[in-house]
Design a binder for this molecule. Structure first.
Ligand code: HEM
Length: 399
């Protein structure tokens, strides 16, 4: 496996989409991890292309109904669980708080509401199961057989069973993205009901596995710096469009690896003077965390500077190394053709969460807590979680 460490060379890798393929890796490990049959198989003609096309339903004009629905669901969960009339301080754990609100609001937005009532019953238990599965996720991606991982298989079965077609058909307000996917799974007779459910479960992981820790970090960094909290709250009040401090927290917390598998022997041109021979089957990897924390690119890289990505009231896009401007300087969502299709929705929903949180509540961290370390068990797989939770208090703001 070859790691490309010089971010100036990233464009040369990313543009080789045909020869350095991302899907060979995922199409092997995703079915093992989530428990569905391989998509790229003659049993399911055209399914892979159809799935790829469904990703468009997370972007462009389709983002509008998704974002609207997310706003309604976030407000619902905030109101019912956390907003009461008295303005007393309440105590909580910040990761748990972010996770419970974002998990449920995202679930309602993507999969829809139950037949009766506005919230699904048993969400907390489902999230508990999800977290247990998620703890084993790095091992599954490393292709450790699931039967070696204790009760993980049973937990996965249970999680998958929430998404069986007979259940999902009773839900309303389901996103167009999931409705389209259900329709296209129905066109493939060889996909059993549990296989369809396992595909829906994989999307649950994709849609909250990274967004929840990313939301935690976006919130944590703001609450831990009263000055930043004040500025960003003011900015929200002025215009509801701040992304800069979210970019900064993604820079500090993301550790996804971009893996490409060589499809043939070829000579990979790195820049004007250099090429290297790559053999079929070689793995070439980008690990943007090293770029995100490179002091030559980001001065004092471990420090959260909420306005690092702002310049002259605009988003700053100008970052360089050895005097050369970098084309890729912030890559929490991967790169090239395999880039995360949920990235616009993810940024929108984190913004929505942070906006509502800052507008609804005064927030304070309890004293004498250090910044939590990054839990590196998921290194290579996305946004890292904090190694411990953070105690905080919140109270309804006088409006
Ligand atoms: C793939 C990151 C949120 C859906 C990916 C990849 C990364 C990523 C790194 C692999 C791309 C590559 O290696 O080139 C993130 C982060 C998120 C986030 C950091 C939040 C902060 C979401 C959300 C959704 C989503 C909210 C859906 C609603 C997907 C899907 C794929 C994917 C379906 C697989 C794409 C494919 O097979 O080509 N994500 N993601 N993600 N993401 Fe996300």
């Amino acid at each position: 496996m070859t790691f490309i460490m010089d971010p100036l060379l990233y464009p040369s890798i990313i543009k080789q989409g045909r020869q350095l393929d991302f899907h060979e890796f995922t199409s092997k490990v995703a079915p093992l991890t989530f428990g569905y049959p391989p998509v790229l198989s003659s049993k399911f003609p055209g399914l892979w292309e159809q799935i790829k096309r469904s990703f468009q339903l997370l972007q462009g004009d389709h983002l509008v109904p998704l974002t609207d629905s997310m706003m309604g669901n976030l407000m619902l969960v905030f109101r019912q669980d956390h907003l009461d009339r008295d303005g007393d301080w309440r105590r909580g754990s910040l990761y748990e708080f972010c996770s419970s609100v974002m998990f449920e609001a995202t679930f309602l937005t993507i999969y829809g509401k139950p037949a009766t009532g506005s919230r699904h019953r048993g969400m907390d238990n489902m999230r508990k199961d999800f977290n247990e599965f998620d703890n084993m996720f790095p091992f599954l991606i490393a292709q450790i057989p699931i039967w070696l991982l204790g009760g993980t298989k049973a937990i996965r079965q249970k999680l998958i069973s929430y998404f069986l077609p007979q259940q999902m058909s009773r839900w309303s307000n389901t996103s167009q993205f999931i409705r389209r996917r259900s329709e296209l799974f129905d066109q493939h007779d060889k996909l059993k009901d549990v296989d369809k459910a396992a595909h829906h479960f994989a999307i649950l992981w994709a849609s909250v596995g990274n967004t929840v820790p990313a939301t935690f970090w976006a919130t944590y960094f703001l609450v831990s710096q009263p000055e930043a909290l004040k500025m960003v709250r003011q900015e929200i009040v002025d215009v509801l469009r701040d992304k800069s401090s979210i970019n900064e927290s993604l820079r500090l917390s993301s550790a996804s690896m971009n893996i490409r598998v060589a499809q043939e022997d070829f000579s990979l041109r790195l820049d004007n003077d250099r090429s290297v021979g790559v053999r079929k089957g070689d793995i070439v990897a980008l690990y943007p965390q090293s770029l995100h924390l490179d002091p030559e690119i980001y001065e004092d890289p471990q420090t959260f500077q909420f306005d690092r990505f702002v310049q002259d009231n605009r988003e700053k896009t100008d970052f360089s190394k050895t005097g050369q401007k970098l084309r890729y300087y912030l890559m929490p969502f991967g790169s090239g053709s395999s880039m995360c299709p949920g990235r616009y929705f993810a940024i929108n929903e984190i913004k929505q969460f942070v906006c509502l949180l800052l507008l609804y509540f005064d927030l304070q961290l309890d004293d004498a807590q250090n910044r939590p370390n990054l839990d590196s068990r998921r290194a290579g797989l996305g946004i890292l979680m904090p190694s411990s939770d953070v105690r905080f208090c919140y109270r309804l703001r006088a409006v």
